[in-house]
Design a protein around this ligand. Structure first.
Ligand SMILES: NC(=O)c1ccc[n+]([C@@H]2O[C@H](COP(=O)([O-])OP(=O)(O)OC[C@H]3O[C@@H](n4cnc5c(N)ncnc54)[C@H](O)[C@@H]3O)[C@@H](O)[C@H]2O)c1
Length: 326
């Protein structure tokens, strides 16, 4: 297939592009480089700089690439910022996403795999969270992702779009060549590794009085390579299965305290941790039921263990103080 990957200069998108190329697909990358890195885009991919908000640019790219499918990862994705500046999140994640769908429609591109998120659920009523759980996001990031997801069945029934939404839980880990580097960094494991590298003095852990065994929040971590593999499976099956949403997680939560301990074991660094106040809207436990992805997509994560996930991230990061800066 020829696949257009939006957000391919970003953390997960670059690994998705890498895996697609490894499996013989032709990849074109679209990214505005607002957060991603040009150097993260695999050499074998064609690169198009462009913004989802630029309808003309999207039409040009679609006409030049003529993809068989689009994998749509480009997004504004900083949860905290989405609360203080929701307009940007709706503009990029909803309006920008709809621009992409319209460009696809004009070019008769009818397959879409979309990066959705556990944030569409908000505070869960039951854990593990199934796809048919109540959808009530507690931040504008989750709300914008959900709004786009909810447009998809309408485009399916009216315009024949086949769509698969993959609701990732917490992505982590790295391949040999690509890993996580955001500025600012907000993800726990990437921050822990920055402490181990001496780039930060310590880590703040938000909340130690939750109703969990060690009082810290529990999250479901999933390896970026396993996430990328789910995209390959989705593309392989998209013509044969019903359009739907799928959770991607390991079904095993790890507390923030357990993640800090694991990072200390893997890096051999003491990593000082400081208890801080809870953040608004942080649920105690977010753990996925990924049964649907296993049953329907045939997805089976290769890296479910916390230490091994962190070890891949550390192997990539430990010799790269400034990743992707040449
Ligand atoms: N990282 C996670 O744990 C996680 C969890 C759930 C869902 N997701 C989703 O996965 C996707 C990728 O996440 P990531 O962690 O790799 O983020 P990332 O920020 O590293 O990648 C996003 C990419 O999109 C690009 N982009 C942003 N706005 C754009 C625009 N207007 N036009 C074109 N490109 C634009 C950025 O430059 C960046 O390269 C996002 O859609 C995110 O919401 C991530």
């Amino acid at each position: 297939m020829t696949v257009l990957v939006t957000g391919a200069a970003g953390y997960i998108g670059s690994v998705v592009a890498e895996r697609l190329i490894e499996h013989g697909h032709a990849v074109a990358a679209l990214d505005d480089l607002s957060q991603g890195h040009r150097a993260a885009v695999p050499g074998g991919a064609g690169f198009f700089e462009g913004d989802l908000r630029d309808r003309r640019r999207l039409a040009e790219v679609m006409a030049a690439v003529r993809p068989d499918a689009v994998v749509h990862l480009a997004a504004e994705a900083l949860v905290g910022e989405s609360v203080t500046d929701p307009a940007k999140f709706f503009e990029v994640n909803v309006t920008g996403g709809l621009n992409l769908l319209d460009a696809m429609r004009a070019a008769d591109v009818r397959r879409l795999v979309f990066s959705s998120t556990a944030a569409v659920y908000g505070e869960p009523e039951e854990v593990p969270i199934r796809e048919d759980a109540r959808l009530r996001p507690v931040n504008a990031y989750g709300a914008s992702k959900l709004a786009f997801e909810q447009a998809l069945p309408w485009y399916a029934s009216a315009y024949g779009l086949s769509h698969i939404s993959l609701r990732y839980f917490n992505a982590c880990g790295a391949t040999a060549a690509r890993g996580e580097h955001h500025v600012p960094e907000t993800h726990l494991i990437a921050i822990l590794l920055e402490v181990a590298l001496g780039l930060r003095p310590d880590i703040r852990i938000f909340g130690d009085d939750y109703d969990t065994p060690d009082g810290t929040c529990i999250r479901d971590y999933v390896h970026v390579g396993d996430i990328a593999d789910a995209h390959l499976l989705a593309l392989d099956r998209i013509d044969r299965i019903e359009s739907d949403a799928f959770n991607l997680g390991n079904g095993t939560g790890f507390s923030n305290g357990e993640v800090v301990e694991a990072a200390r074991r893997v890096t051999g660094h003491p990593i000082p941790a400081i208890a801080a106040d809870r953040r608004a809207g942080d649920p105690a436990r977010l753990v996925a039921s990924a049964d649907r992805a296993r049953d329907v997509l045939g997805w089976s994560p290769l890296f479910p263990g916390l230490d091994e996930m962190i070890a891949t991230a550390w192997a990539w990061r430990k010799d790269r103080l400034r990743p992707y800066s040449g």
